[in-house]
Design a protein around this ligand. Structure first.
Ligand SMILES: [Zn+2]
Length: 416
């Protein structure tokens, strides 16, 4: 603890923030940290702020042609010649950059903007994370759905990078964004997917049709109530985003979409029902899908808690699906009943916080499949009251990649 405080002091950062980045490997990390000393850092004054950069990191990120391939934008220095104890011999300050002469006479130049964007201060690191790595997610209650679910025009997304950027930003922030005025064609989804990258293919196909099917392989293809769930939790690489293009909508009662922000429900649960929340973040469940589709047999299994957290304690992924939760439960027997109570509470909260609405013909409902739960109210399947959706999945990797390309082009960040 004393060591932590001393390190936090010397680094002039908040102790709480510092502890947050120290993980379970504390003991190992601390013994490694003890080895670093003042000479291992270079101080650079950038716009009145004294920023510190580790020598080893600077040397590793030299942008000269021997160390960095410009067109591949990749490091090419040879690790077997790399000295982690490299020392600075001299620094020459220029107007917008610095030149560093290393103890082996190698010369590196760094632009001040480039350095500033890579600052090691927690504030600057957080700013970069939120601006370029991944936008901050804003949790919402279903009552605010009309405000958070922004509308975007199909043709504008095809024609304008700015419109595409706004749509992807809203989708990543709120986990939902509606595309309107799509042509009434089964191929309409393809064009919009091409603006991002490519679809995520699953055993249900590149695209899938949601309509009432007798003897179905999936409960989504029925007209009865479809309980709120996420799609395909039995995939380790679970599709990140679900796109549902409404081609035919029921005229009568029923068939409404239900959407709930699993992050909102989880935060509520963490605050008001911490013991139940803990059961859902700690207990692994076996998600499963076994069957045959288009002649292909599948036997998918994946183990993960209902609420998966990352190493910072932030929600990484929500898994929830009553039909696709397997009967094998790889947990101690005493956990089972309390887990069911917690699981049911999570479902009740999602129902309570859900938005209810009905998409129109030409709408493409796009939502975060590892964050939101979705479902549908029952409808009466008659010849004059049918419903048909075309669906496709996308990976968040592709969406974030397109988002960053657009951001760099439309709103350049200095030093990127
Ligand atoms: Zn170099």
């Amino acid at each position: 603890m004393i060591l932590l405080r001393r390190l936090a002091d010397t680094n002039k950062i908040n102790l709480r923030q510092f502890k947050a980045v120290i993980t379970n490997s504390d003991i190992h990390t601390n013994s490694v940290l003890q080895k670093t000393n003042k000479e291992d850092f270079l101080k650079v004054d950038i716009q009145g702020n004294e920023l510190r950069f580790p020598n080893v990191w600077l040397r590793d990120n030299c942008r000269c042609e021997q160390c960095f391939h410009l067109s591949a934008k990749s490091r090419i220095l040879e690790l077997n010649k790399f000295n982690v104890n490299v020392k600075v011999k001299d620094v020459i300050r220029e107007e917008t950059s610095i030149q560093v002469i290393w103890d082996d006479e190698h010369l590196s130049r760094y632009s001040l903007n480039w350095l500033k964007l890579r600052s090691f201060t927690p504030q600057e690191q957080l700013k970069y994370t939120n601006e370029l790595y991944r936008p901050v997610k804003t949790p919402w209650h279903g009552n605010d759905f009309h405000k958070v679910c922004t509308r975007h025009d199909y043709k504008e997304i095809l024609d304008s990078d700015a419109a595409l950027y706004r749509w992807l930003l809203d989708l990543s922030t709120y986990g939902v964004a509606l595309v309107q005025n799509a042509p009434q064609s089964e191929a309409a989804l393809d064009k919009i997917v091409e603006r991002i990258g490519f679809t995520k293919r699953t055993h249900y196909g590149v695209k899938f049709v949601v309509e009432n099917v007798a003897n179905t392989s999936n409960v989504a293809y029925l007209s009865s109530n479809l309980q709120m769930h996420v799609d395909l939790p039995y995939y380790e690489y679970c599709p990140g985003v679900n796109m549902l293009h409404c081609l035919v909508q029921t005229l009568g009662e029923g068939g409404e979409n239900l959407l709930s922000d699993g992050h909102f429900a989880a935060s509520y649960m963490k605050e008001h029902h911490p013991a139940e929340y803990k059961l859902l973040i700690d207990t692994e469940v076996e998600w499963s899908d076994v069957g045959v589709e288009h002649g292909n047999e599948f036997f998918k299994l994946y183990r993960s808690p209902v609420i998966s957290l990352d190493r910072h304690g932030q929600i990484k992924r929500i898994n929830f699906s009553v039909p696709q939760r397997g009967s094998h439960f790889p947990c101690p027997i005493e956990i089972v009943k309390p887990w069911y109570e917690a699981h049911n509470l999570f479902y009740e909260l999602n129902k309570k916080f859900a938005a209810k609405f009905k998409t129109k013909v030409g709408d493409i409902l796009v939502f975060d499949n590892i964050r939101l739960l979705h479902g549908r109210n029952a409808y009466e399947d008659k010849s004059d009251n049918v419903r048909k959706l075309i669906g496709a999945y996308l990976d968040w990797d592709e969406i974030y990649s397109r988002f960053r390309c657009l951001k760099a082009k439309l709103y350049p960040i200095e030093g990127i």
